[in-house]
Design a protein around this ligand. Structure first.
Ligand code: FPP
Length: 259
């Protein structure tokens, strides 16, 4: 089911496939984009080529979400732990992020998508930090959808950061420890007031969370597919959505209470 809003004309998605889904659309979808390396290996290519192909899948996913009316899409692009990968792969990924930002800017704006990076951006190169800040500023007025790109991101690191920030508020006499509640934690996460993910998709078959949005996914539905991220397309997304629709979300209550 598509939202009947304006300027969907520029979206390059397989509309026939997406129109085939008529269930409820999750407000927030998170994706652990895994399998780029294996995709490259399967095609006899260097790993970085898998990441390049992964960037094409990113565009497809962003535009599919925009078409269906998903409010927030969070993509796990580079974890805090990914800094430990071989230097040439890290460099290649950083260059790819830079290229993506420049390449996608106009499309994101035309499609009304706001981009925000979440994670420890101080670890990124100066040039990439500036490119991210510029894209965030350029897309800030866009209100149709928010794309959160998790770069140099780790869920545990994010929680540690939130605790430190709360500690600083206590030291400054702005907050008392006994008054801390969930909202205080949330407002100190990178994701701020954004609604929690309803659905988290992981590609390439691994049954792991890998430090992704640890606080925010407390009640998310998890969907794992064997498809490698560069191959993930509208058909696979609709399969994930259909699985999501078939779940009964109980938030700790009983089935009878929910109905
Ligand atoms: C995991 O696959 C993927 C990554 C660490 C990088 C994800 C990056 C992209 C999809 C590139 C484009 C992203 C943006 C936002 C422009 P892997 O390398 O661990 O795969 P493997 O497990 O098969 O080795």
């Amino acid at each position: 089911m598509t939202t009947q809003d304006d300027n969907l004309s520029q979206l390059h998605v397989d509309r026939d496939v997406l129109d085939g889904y008529d269930g409820p659309v999750p407000r927030h979808v998170g994706v652990i984009m895994d399998g780029n390396g294996r995709w490259a290996q399967n095609h006899g290519l260097p790993r970085i080529k898998g990441h390049h192909e992964g960037a094409n899948a990113v565009r497809r996913m962003v535009e599919s979400c925009r078409y269906l009316g998903v409010e927030v899409l969070t993509l796990y692009a580079f974890s805090s732990q990914n800094w430990g990968r071989p230097e040439d792969e890290v460099k290649g990924l950083m260059t790819l992020f830079d290229v993506y930002i420049k390449r996608e800017r106009d499309r994101l704006i035309a499609n009304g998508v706001q981009m925000k990076a979440i994670g420890d951006r101080s670890k990124l190169g100066e040039r990439l930090q500036q490119a991210i800040a510029k894209l965030e500023a350029d897309t800030a007025p866009n209100a149709k959808m928010t794309l959160q790109v998790a770069v140099s991101y780790g869920g545990r690191e994010e929680i540690v950061r939130a605790v430190r920030r709360l500690g600083a508020e206590i030291e400054a006499g702005k907050l008392s420890a006994k008054d801390i509640d969930e909202h205080d934690i949330e407002r100190n996460l990178y994701t701020g007031e954004v609604p929690d993910p309803d659905l988290v998709i992981r590609t390439s078959g691994e049954m792991r969370i890998s430090n992704f949005l640890l606080w925010q996914i407390a009640y998310a539905e998890l969907y794992v597919t064997d498809v490698l991220w560069p191959d993930f397309d509208e058909v696979h997304f609709v399969e994930a959505l259909r699985s999501f629709t078939s779940r009964e979300r109980r938030y700790g209550k009983t089935s009878a209470q929910m109905s």
